[in-house]
Design a protein around this ligand. Structure first.
Ligand code: F6R
Length: 366
């Protein structure tokens, strides 16, 4: 049942070329150059005319939501707010008729997310579900939605469901951006082509499994870790830190790389590993200067970088090199080494990575 892998988590990490492909299949057509999402197209006018989109989720799904904010605001020019479901439901939030609420959930059963959208629905919002489990409560409560089609996720830590959520979000942004006219036709076609290339690129990254395992051996005894990224890679830094915490029980924090100067930099010593999500994008030079700041304080730098980057390796102690991709697509790639690193550190420490202590696969109580 684990398909020859030691754990479900590893199996699910390795399934991602296929699950991302399955998620795109029948929706994204790179040859014809279009994306079809019937659940979005039905509501295309309402969504593209919405004054704002509110995204509601928990945990890893919330990280997907945070990335959605960056992508939708860029490509669709609709203001987006991202809320923790547990906060949203209890704070008398302002919801207007016609607001679009996007609920993101792997299980479709997370209690806080479910109740939050129930309330928003009563207030006249349009509920759009991005859900993995077909027919789940959140899927049923939503007016419309897009399934992530990642297949059953058994490992408690979300991996393949997260990348499928990202793929869905990117497709939604393409459909709405096109509908609204905020996305040029050239950019639309380019992003479609690049999304279609993701499964093959993920395969290439997975080939680096052994070298990431060696990194895990090197850093497994750290007591803390910092994950830094900017822009589209900031939510990925948060997700990387969450994966490490849940699987290896190492205290980890994700931060926007520039925010570290406002506090966390006090933690940097020669024993602190700092993971930089530093793929080539419009923030890259800024990220490089953040790396220099860590190096000056003797932190140990692990940098996730793009092929051809000659500067980062001069600053980092270790690098993982990814194939090039547009900055909007890159998070689908940069998240893979984070998953493998957390997995191998957890295994090296002898923990049950499929069932981390105190965690349940779906949190159906608040
Ligand atoms: C982390 C993880 C959790 C879930 C969260 C939301 O690896 O799995 O943080 O992401 O409990 O669950 P869903 O997406 O099922 O609503």
């Amino acid at each position: 049942e684990k398909g020859g892998y030691d754990h479900f988590m590893l199996k699910e990490i390795f399934e991602q070329p296929q699950t991302i492909f399955d998620c795109l299949r029948g929706r994204l057509d790179a040859e014809q150059g279009h994306v079809v999402l019937s659940g979005i197209q039905k509501y295309a006018t309402q969504i593209s005319e919405a004054h704002r989109i509110i995204i509601i989720a928990c945990g890893t799904s919330w990280h997907a939501g945070l990335l959605a904010e960056y992508i939708i605001e860029e490509l669709c020019r609709i203001p987006v707010e991202v809320e923790y479901a547990s906060e949203f439901r209890y704070r008398n939030p302002i919801v207007h008729k016609g607001d679009v609420i996007m609920a993101i959930s792997q299980s479709g059963e997370t209690a806080d997310t479910l109740v939050a959208i129930e309330k928003a629905k009563e207030q006249g919002a349009i509920i759009l579900g991005i859900v993995n489990v077909v027919g789940s409560s959140i899927a049923r409560l939503s007016h419309t939605g897009v399934y992530t089609h990642a297949g059953p996720e058994i490992g408690v830590a979300s991996t393949k469901a997260f990348t499928a959520q990202l793929a869905v979000i990117m497709m939604i942004a393409l459909v709405i951006g096109k509908e609204k006219g905020t996305l040029s036709h050239d950019k639309y076609l380019q992003l479609i082509r690049e999304l279609a290339e993701v499964p093959e690129k993920v395969k290439l990254i997975l080939q680096q499994n052994d070298s990431i395992k060696a990194l895990a051996e090197k850093y497994k005894d750290a007591t803390d870790a910092l994950y830094l990224g900017r822009g589209y890679n900031f939510p990925i830094a948060l997700e990387g830190a969450l994966k490490l915490k849940e699987i290896s029980y190492i205290h980890a924090e994700g931060y926007p790389a520039a925010e570290m100067k406002h506090g966390p930099i006090a933690l940097v010593t020669e024993t602190l590993p700092v993971v930089f999500v530093a793929t080539k994008d419009s923030y890259h030079e800024k990220v490089i200067s953040n790396m220099q700041e860590i190096k000056a304080r003797k932190g140990k730098i692990i940098a996730i970088i793009t092929e051809g980057d000659l500067v980062s390796p001069t600053l980092a102690d270790d690098v993982v090199i990814l194939p090039p991709a547009d900055e909007i697509i890159a998070p689908l790639l940069s998240t893979i080494p984070m998953q493998l690193l957390a997995y191998h550190i957890g295994v090296a420490k002898g923990y049950d990575v499929d069932k981390p202590r105190n965690l349940a696969k779906s949190v159906t109580v608040e």
